[in-house]
Design a binder for this molecule. Sequence first.
Ligand code: GLV
Length: 325
Amino acid sequence: MIIRPKILIARAVFPEIVAKLAKYFEVTPNQADELWTPSQLIAQLQGMQGAFTMGGERIDAALLAACPELKICANMAVGYNNFDLDAMTAAGVLATNAPDVLTETTADFGFALLMATARRMAEGERFLRAGLWTRWSYDMLAGADIHGSTLGVIGMGRIGQGIARRGAHGFGMKVIYHNRSRLDAATEAQCKASYVSKEELLKTADHIILVLPYSAQAHHLIGAVELALMKPSATLVNIARGGIVDDAALAAALRNKTIAAAGLDVFEGEPKVNPELLTLPNVVLTPHIASATLPTRLAMANLAADNLIGYLINKRPLTPLNTVL
Ligand code: GLV
């Protein structure tokens, strides 16, 4: 009898993905979508060689020490701040993520959230539903223009570039960006984007969108000091990760009109949301759904599954994040 590797799928996923993985592995699915504590996750992973993770499961040195048979964790997300990559490499555990397949969908959403925020769409919808639209006035729900304005992109990876292209080519925006490293000239030309310092971006952009990966260095990259540099008419959008913005400082800036509006898809400590943000009219709040279209989520799930199959069966993972012996 052939002994098949054992894998855990940490959260509910498309049934066809469970079926695909079951062709290669002894699969323990979690179609009831139970949320496990770290010690429950460790218990579930006993004897498993692979884990299909969604991005919320912390894979750190303590878990790795308690799960010595684990060989790979495949995230169904492009972000991987749930992985302690150094600890995984030291333990000989491969980490993979799900890049590329979500780029255009996520860039679409970033742009949608920017427009909804600048043009006060959620506020307008609440106003109408509350029966407050009894007459027209010249400045009713007047927002900020997108076309012809300056878009500042912080984090110019694949998704940031997608947003820059939409802004420059679709809406005639002037695009400036800040990134750890400057892009090559050809990519800058494609995106019609110019590299500037973080400070210049904060001071001159009309709309700022955050699309950078979370890291310790990026923690509270946007706090009270940075918000104070922005124009009072500016919009801030975060589709990157909670923790990159200091949500309490942002709530204060929105309350005091230091900036005009914000659009947030990610939050510090999500799914909890800073309670003050919930009370403010000038912020659009969405529950971490930037990559949420069914075709894209299916493509992300397939990529995570293909990484498990690629590594545990064929020794060739598709999108590895580290190198292990
Ligand atoms: C979503 O936030 C992802 O990282 O894929």
